[in-house]
Design a protein around this ligand. Structure first.
Ligand SMILES: [Mg+2]
Length: 337
């Protein structure tokens, strides 16, 4: 008879924590880590930049996808780290610590939780946040798995880069990719079996489950004088609209730059009979950076120009156009705030 899998309900909270702690790294910015009632973290320039994000089972991820893929604890841990590190990146900062709350049903395998801790640790290290670690957290019971991560970071003595500073005439630039995570999500939700995917299509699934935001790019953009920045987590049109509205400008996207992003998704799109431009314009979760830079400055690597900032045509509504045309005119009709 196979041995019964050890579940969270079989262990006390301290027993479960004893399984998690050895899987976490330490960093110099966490002055007092897990084990006390609260952690102590450094604020090197006297300020802390802070954000928080929640992922809930069946809302933000599935344990069992339609195409046969199973989201592992590692995936969920990695993605939790990536989303939060990206929000600090988007301010021009660097993450220094995470505080993690994990709620789950008693029947969750202990191995899933260990895998989750491994994914968090690997995400922090693999995405390039070397002086960042888990400062503390909380474990609880719930009907489904929910992960809330709060992140603290440093601004390196610079001002934060806000959404509201873009000026008419600025160059609009992107670091990272557009639409890959959305293409991966479409594959996960399709009936095309996982085993039949090409390595390139499988890499799109990975982009959804373990996104790789360009973490060095945020501080580089801030140092280079970016006037406005945000990460693209809800799609280029929606997030671009938010940046435009906050800055009181319009954005004009370059169709050639968008087409280059769409071309990389062509094989998956034809497999699913989808339009890759829908993923490029509407797909979030790649966590690329959208930034505005004063015209004429050399864009810092890995940013490339994808358009320009224009004076607002109508009462600062924040309109995003493609080659001067509204998105609807060019055949993209999913625009909504
Ligand atoms: Mg964000």
């Amino acid at each position: 008879m196979p041995e019964k899998e050890l579940t969270v309900a079989d262990l006390s909270e301290s027993g479960l924590l004893a399984r998690i702690f050895p899987r976490l790294e330490s960093s110099s910015s966490v002055l007092l880590g897990p084990g006390d009632d609260a952690a102590v973290v450094a604020a090197p320039d006297g300020r802390a930049v802070v954000s928080i994000d929640t992922q809930t089972q069946d809302q933000d991820f599935r344990l069992h996808w339609n195409n046969g893929y199973r989201s592992t604890g590692y995936d969920v841990g990695w993605k939790s780290a990536a989303q939060n590190l990206s929000d600090i990146n988007a301010m021009g900062g660097t993450a220094t610590s995470l505080v993690v709350s994990l709620t789950m049903p008693g029947e969750t395998p202990v191995s899933w939780v260990e895998d989750f801790a491994d994914g968090l640790t690997a995400g922090i290290a693999g995405l390039g946040a070397p002086d960042c670690s888990v400062a503390g957290g909380d474990l609880g019971r719930g009907r489904e798995i929910a992960v809330t991560v709060a992140v603290v970071g440093t601004l390196h003595g610079r001002e934060p880069v806000l959404r509201s500073g873009a000026q008419p005439g600025d160059t609009l630039a992107l670091a990272g990719t557009l639409g890959r995570a959305a293409a991966g999500l479409a594959l996960l939700e399709s009936s095309v079996p996982l085993e039949s995917l090409t390595p390139e299509q499988r890499a799109l699934v990975d982009s959804q489950c373990r996104p790789v935001p360009p973490l060095a790019a945020g501080p580089l953009a801030a140092a280079a004088g970016a006037t406005a920045m945000m990460d693209v987590s809800d799609g280029l049109m929606r997030d671009g609209g938010r940046l435009a509205k906050a800055s009181g400008v319009d954005l004009d996207l370059d169709p050639i730059a968008l087409k280059a992003q769409a071309n990389a998704l062509e094989a998956a799109a034809s497999l699913l009979d989808a339009d890759p431009m829908d993923w490029v314009l509407g797909g979030g979760e790649d966590h690329g950076l959208l930034a505005a830079f004063p015209a004429g400055i050399l864009l810092p690597e890995p940013f490339t120009a994808i358009g320009s900032v224009r004076a607002a045509a109508g009462a600062g509504r924040g309109v995003v156009r493609i080659a001067g045309e509204s998105a609807e005119t060019v055949g993209w009709d999913h625009f909504a705030d």
